[in-house]
Design a protein around this ligand. Structure first.
Ligand SMILES: Cc1cc2nc3c(=O)[nH]c(=O)nc-3n(C[C@H](O)[C@H](O)[C@H](O)COP(=O)(O)OP(=O)(O)OC[C@H]3O[C@@H](n4cnc5c(N)ncnc54)[C@H](O)[C@@H]3O)c2cc1C
Ligand SMILES: NC(=O)c1ccc[n+]([C@@H]2O[C@H](COP(=O)([O-])OP(=O)(O)OC[C@H]3O[C@@H](n4cnc5c(N)ncnc54)[C@H](OP(=O)(O)O)[C@@H]3O)[C@@H](O)[C@H]2O)c1
Length: 375
């Protein structure tokens, strides 16, 4: 049998889906467990899982309606089989992200002056595509199109792509299972509630017993130190905590003695703690040091890097003892800010200038003692 992979994903059974953040939270974070039993799939702590989502049925129905197409119209598939328009739009087509290529094909049918001018202006097109999906394009009389057949419409749409999630479990702690920690992407645009395709598929539309197509995505650049006695510092605000749950599970499974320090952050203590029941015994027995930044529990923001800066002398001691530093979560702002703080700590505590501090961190990177999993 062909091994399971991105091209041949495994239909994993959902074991559990539960909210981690509490009702009323500004974040909606969920935990999902899938069974990998019977798949032959193996993963290493630090890897990611690829998930093939399905589109929101309400959005699909609204789009079919707006285009005045029939949901049961037959769509031929490349392998010679057939499906219905509705099923093709739910399972295989990207109906949310607008891209220049597909819009150009749409406009060959729509012949819209508005789209023609947008397609010639890179910046205007970028602004137009942000916060819009195909339903917006179909509903706008200036941009709508009349397709001769459902197959003609499906032919212009890119394929629905899988999303990656850092695996939040260790294969040695929970054999045959893989866990994810997912932030639901929800926002409002042009007066309509929008949902991130995969994160809300996992948050809203799966239940225990359902099958979801998955594959393992190896991440060789995010690995625990080979020596279990090496101290590790983990910086993971928000869903950035995901691979660190795998790390602490792995270290427990390995009976590793190296100290662990987790920097976590989320908006409010009352609603946004993650995996606290698992952290408590580790904190109590001294295996893990926990520094948490509740960003909105006071007038001013407190982020993980503020706690790191305040603990700079101790972080420096850990680094000088050979600690490895890991960072996971938001690539846009957090990763840069945390790295700047790390450099400042190295410079201040190690009595170095900026270049020496940069060299110190670069050397850590070369020794695989500074690894990032940011997105
Ligand atoms: C290696 C890796 C590991 C990851 N690990 C995790 C993880 O552990 N947990 C996790 O939750 N995520 C993780 N992610 C992110 C994850 O892969 C998805 O990108 C995320 O879940 C969003 O996917 P989606 O399908 O729900 O949203 P999509 O349908 O892809 O929508 C997201 C897009 O919506 C748009 N958008 C979002 N907000 C707004 C707004 N306010 N206004 C206008 N447009 C907006 C943006 O264009 C954004 O790119 C990881 C990513 C990578 C690459
Ligand atoms: N590429 C994608 O498609 C995609 C999809 C989903 C998520 N993401 C990224 O993943 C990140 C994780 O999302 P999340 O909702 O779990 O958590 P998050 O937005 O990163 O928030 C977690 C905590 O970090 C704080 N924070 C904000 N800015 C920070 C900074 N510059 N430095 C340090 N901490 C900062 C937040 O505070 P405040 O909120 O109070 O400011 C909050 O307390 C998102 O920010 C997003 O960028 C990417």
């Amino acid at each position: 049998m062909e091994p399971y992979s991105m091209k041949n994903p495994f239909p994993a059974t959902v074991r559990t889906v539960r909210h981690i953040t509490k009702p009323g939270s500004a974040k909606e974070t969920i935990h999902v467990d899938f069974s990998l039993e019977g798949s032959g799939l193996e993963y290493t702590t630090g890897d990611a899982l690829g998930v093939f989502p399905r589109n929101d049925e309400q959005l699909v129905d609204a789009l079919i309606n707006a285009l005045e197409l029939r949901p049961d119209e037959v769509i031929p598939l490349p392998d010679g089989s057939q499906t219905s328009l509705r099923k093709a739009l739910i399972d295989t087509c990207d109906i949310t992200a607008l891209k220049k290529g597909a819009l150009t094909k749409w406009n060959a049918v729509a012949q819209s002056a508005k789209l023609t001018s947008l397609l010639e202006d890179k910046e205007a097109l970028k602004a137009y595509c942000c916060g819009r999906d195909w339903l917006d394009v179909a509903n706008d009389p200036e941009t709508t199109a009349h397709f001769a057949s459902a197959a003609d419409f499906v032919a212009i749409l890119p394929k629905l792509t899988p999303r990656l999630y850092s695996i939040a479990s260790s294969p040695d702690a929970v054999p045959g299972q893989v866990s994810l920690c997912v932030g639901a992407v929800r926002y409002e645009s042009l007066g309509r509630a929008r949902k991130g395709v995969c994160s809300t598929f996992l948050a809203d539309r799966i239940k225990p017993g359902d099958k979801v197509c998955v594959f393992v995505h190896s991440n060789k650049n995010f690995r625990l130190p080979e020596d279990g006695a090496t101290p590790i510092i983990m910086v993971g605000p928000g869903t950035g905590i995901a691979p660190f749950r795998a790390f602490w599970q792995q270290r427990i499974a390995d009976h590793a003695t190296g100290p662990m320090w987790l920097f976590f952050g989320n908006p409010y203590k009352a609603t946004d703690g993650c995996y606290e029941d698992e952290l408590e015994p580790l904190i109590a027995n001294g295996a893990l040091k926990y520094s948490v930044a509740w960003s909105r529990d006071q007038d001013h923001k407190i982020y993980v890097q503020h706690l790191m800066d305040a603990a700079g002398a101790e972080i420096w001691q850990w680094l000088e003892k050979g600690a490895a530093v890991y960072m996971c979560g938001d690539a846009n702002r957090m990763a840069r800010d945390v790295e700047q703080t790390l450099l400042a700590i190295i410079a201040r505590e190690g009595k170095m200038d900026a270049q020496q501090a940069a060299d110190y961190l670069a050397a850590m990177k070369n020794q695989r003692r500074y690894q990032k999993d940011v997105y």
